[in-house]
Design a protein around this ligand. Structure first.
Ligand code: INI
Length: 160
C-alpha cells in the first residue's frame, strides 16, 4: 500500500496570535460566540496576551477591519464573529452576503486564515441554539478552525 504524506494542522494554540473580530449587532448572540471563541483558544493553550478582541458595529463592517488586520500580519489567524438574523426585509441578504464574500476575499488575497463565525439564521431561536445552546457554540468551532488553519499555513509556508 502506498504511504501518502499527510499534511494537516494540529490544535495547539500555544505561541500563536489571534484577533477575534466581533460585531455588536445582535450582541445577545455575538457575546456568547465571543465567550465560546475565547474558551476554545484558552483551552488549547493560547496565552491571554496573544488574543486581541476587536469590536465592530455589525457584520457588514467585518471585512474591512479584517482586511486591515490581515495586511498588518501581526496575527496568525483571524476569527470573525457576527449574527445576521433574517427579518422582514431583504437587508439580511445584503449583510450576510457581503460579510461572507468580503471575509473570503480578504483571506484569499492576504493568505491569512480567517475563520467564518458569522451566524446566518432565519430566527433568533436558531441563533441562540448555535451560540451555546442545543447546537453547540459556533464561536468555539470557529476558534478550532482558526487554530488548525494557523498551524497548517505555518507548516506549508515553512517548507516553501
Ligand atoms: N448586522 C448584523 O451583524 N446582523 C444583522 O442581522 C443586521 N441586520 O439585520 O441589519 C446587521 N446590520 C447592521 C450592519 O452590519 C451594519 O453595521 C450597518 O448597516 C451599518 O453599516
Amino acid at each position: 500500500m502506498t504511504q501518502h504524506k499527510v499534511t494537516e494542522g494540529n490544535l495547539d494554540a500555544n505561541g500563536l496570535k489571534f484577533a477575534v473580530l466581533v460585531g455588536r449587532f445582535n450582541s445577545l448572540i455575538t457575546e456568547r460566540l465571543l465567550d465560546g471563541a475565547l474558551d476554545g483558544l484558552r483551552r488549547h493553550g493560547c496565552k491571554e496576551i496573544d488574543i486581541e478582541i476587536v469590536r465592530v458595529p455589525g457584520s457588514w463592517e467585518l471585512p474591512v477591519v479584517a482586511a486591515e488586520l490581515a495586511r498588518q500580519k501581526k496575527h496568525d489567524a483571524l476569527i470573525c464573529l457576527g449574527a445576521v438574523i433574517r427579518g422582514d426585509t431583504p437587508h439580511f441578504d445584503y449583510v450576510a452576503g457581503a460579510a461572507a464574500k468580503g471575509i473570503g476575499q480578504v483571506s484569499l488575497h492576504t493568505g491569512i486564515p480567517i475563520a467564518f463565525g458569522v451566524l446566518t439564521t432565519n430566527t433568533l431561536e436558531q441563533a441562540i441554539d448555535r451560540a451555546g445552546a442545543k447546537s453547540g457554540n459556533k464561536g468555539f468551532d470557529a476558534a478550532m478552525t482558526a487554530i488548525e488553519m494557523a498551524n497548517l499555513m505555518r507548516q506549508i509556508r515553512s517548507r516553501a
